[in-house]
Design a protein around this ligand. Structure first.
Ligand SMILES: [Zn+2]
Length: 51
């Protein structure tokens, strides 16, 4: 058996930068496990309007 690099998909908090790996199911966590922000997956700036 060869050694392979296994990459796991995880999440990163937009607020504190914390990265974590989900437990296995595809469900997105509702809050960041570190800073408990419910906006962990929402970038601060939304669509830039106008210019
Ligand atoms: Zn966070």
């Amino acid at each position: 058996m060869a050694r392979v690099k296994i990459e796991v998909e995880g999440f990163q908090c937009e607020r504190c930068g914390h990265k974590w790996i989900p437990r296995g199911d595809d469900e997105e966590p509702s809050v960041c496990p570190k800073c408990k922000s419910p906006y962990w997956n929402k970038p601060r700036k939304r669509k830039v309007k106008g210019k």
